[in-house]
Every structure is written in C-alpha cells, then in structure tokens.
Write a protein that binds this ligand. Structure first.
Ligand code: CTP
Length: 259
C-alpha cells in the first residue's frame, strides 16, 4: 500500500490526498517484485556508513564510507521478508522502506545501539566503516590556532565486531574488510580474529567500485574455508547475492553441526 502524498490539493485544502511521488510508487513496486520471502521470520541487524569522531565542537574525524552497501543490504533483507534494524552513521541516504533506522554518530554510540538491539537478531552484518581511533576526551571549546604545529593523540575505539564475535551464540556474524591490498588474506585474518562466519572483502581506493560508488565487486571469505568472488554489479544486486550465500552458509554450518 502506497499512502497518498501530502501538500496543496485541487480542492484548495492542504493535507494528505495527492498522488504519491512517482519515485515512491516505483520503489514500492520494485520492492514487491523482488520479494523472495526467504528471510521471513528472521531479524537482521545491519550497521552502515562511517562514524564521526569529534575533535572539538566544530571538527571531526571520519572516512569516505557512503553507507550505500549497508543500505542496499537493509533494503534487500526487508524485501525478502526480514525484520530489519539498520544502525547508521551519518549518511545522505533515504531510509529504506520497511526498515527501522537508528541514527548514530560515533563508534561509541554505534556500539551502544548494536548491543541494545542484539537480542532478537539472527543475522548481524557489520558493514559500517567504524573509526578505529578517537579522542576519548573531547575539548568543550573550539581549538584555537595558537601553535605552528599540533599533534593529535588518539585512543582506540571499541571494536564492535570483535565484541560481537565473543558473544556470538547461534547468530550468523558477517563482517566487512575494506582494503587497498592483500584483500583475501586480510579478510581471512579478520574472519578468524573477530570470530565471524563470513567476511565481505572489498577493494577500496579505486575510482569505480567501493566506497562512494553505486557498483561493487567483492570477495566473500567463509568460515567453511571457501572463497566466493561476486562479479561487479549494483550494490543492491550484490546485497541479494550476499544474502543467497548467507542462507547457504547457514545450511552448511547446521549440516556440519548435525542439526
Ligand atoms: N569494526 C568494528 N569496530 C571497530 C572497527 C571495525 O566493528 N572499532 C568492524 C567493521 O564494521 C568491519 C570490520 O570490523 O566489519 C573490519 O573493519 P576494519 O576497519 O577493516 O578492520 P580493523 O579491525 O580496523 O583492521 P585493520 O585496521 O587492521 O584493517
């Protein structure tokens, strides 16, 4: 059901009753047409986007993540029938249809919201590009240009994925590895050190795939030892292929555990 748009109406009144935006109608049809229902009954927790780590009241450290991959994953999971909670750093993207979006700014805030919403989640996907370092004591006032050179001493942020790996229970845990080199090796190292079931390896730094692009090309590194390359496609298409592999992996892990 697409609700009517709101605004100035032909009868002279203002309020709900206009034809909904064509983009909204197309998005609704598109999401219905893509529905596969194979995530019905599942709760999927996804993190997306960068984090912003304040340096003072006007400045912050961040990275080039656009959030597009995480939002595409949320949209794909919702279209396949899952209940989706998307914990998002600051991005310029519209909330996907049928998804609960929780906005956060810093790594510390993201950690708190992830832990708060972890309980019912069957699948957790950490696509956010979380800052690794922050200022643990942010000055109350703007830093002034009083010296010719200043240096920043940063402390590590909490590693949310590693913490999730320690309290994994029955959940499927999927991490991301954004690398500029040694992609598979780094993805496997993260899979093992953070106790994940799958790591989505993503080469970044090139012009046409990765962070700000609408396209992506990734390699899935699985707990079973397999490595599955996913050819270049739109992030929405890649999101569906990732969920196809997540569901296959769960069957394989259950079979291996005799369930
Ligand atoms: N991650 C996280 N919390 C952090 C840092 C990273 O949850 N403080 C998660 C990311 O969401 C991603 C995965 O860990 O799913 C890998 O992130 P990355 O920054 O590539 O890994 P690092 O552990 O920081 O490793 P390195 O700096 O050696 O590349």
């Amino acid at each position: 059901m697409v609700e009517p748009g709101s605004g100035y109406l032909a009868c002279g009144m203002t309020g709900p009753g206009r034809l909904a935006d064509p983009e909204e109608i197309v998005a609704a049809i598109d999401s219905e047409a893509r529905k596969r229902h194979d995530l019905e009954g599942e709760t999927v927790l996804i993190t997306a986007g960068p984090t912003q780590e304040p340096l003072d009241p006007v400045r912050y450290l961040t990275n080039r993540s656009s959030g597009k991959m995480g939002y595409a994953l949320a949209e794909a999971a919702a279209a396949r029938g899952a209940k989706v909670v998307l914990i998002s750093g600051p991005v310029h993207l519209a909330p996907p249809r049928g998804v609960e979006v929780i906005s956060v700014r810093t790594a510390v805030e993201m950690r708190a919201k992830v832990m708060e919403n972890l309980g019912p989640a069957h699948i957790v996907i950490k696509s956010a590009a979380v800052a690794d370092f922050h200022l643990s004591k942010v000055p109350d006032q703007k830093v002034k240009k009083t010296a010719a050179r200043i240096s920043l001493e940063l402390d590590p942020t909490p590693d949310i994925l590693a913490e999730l790996g320690r309290k994994k229970d029955d959940r499927l845990l999927i991490g991301f590895a954004a690398e500029t080199q040694n992609l598979v090796q780094e993805a496997r190292r993260k899979l093992e050190s953070k106790n994940c079931d799958m790591v989505v390896g993503n080469l970044v730094g090139g012009a046409d795939v990765g962070f700000e692009s609408d396209q992506n090309e990734v390699i899935l590194v699985l707990r079973t030892g397999e490595t599955i390359p996913l050819e270049r496609a739109s992030k929405r298409e890649i999101a569906d292929r990732i969920f196809d592999q997540v569901l296959k992996l769960r069957l394989a892990l259950h079979a291996a555990n005799g369930r």
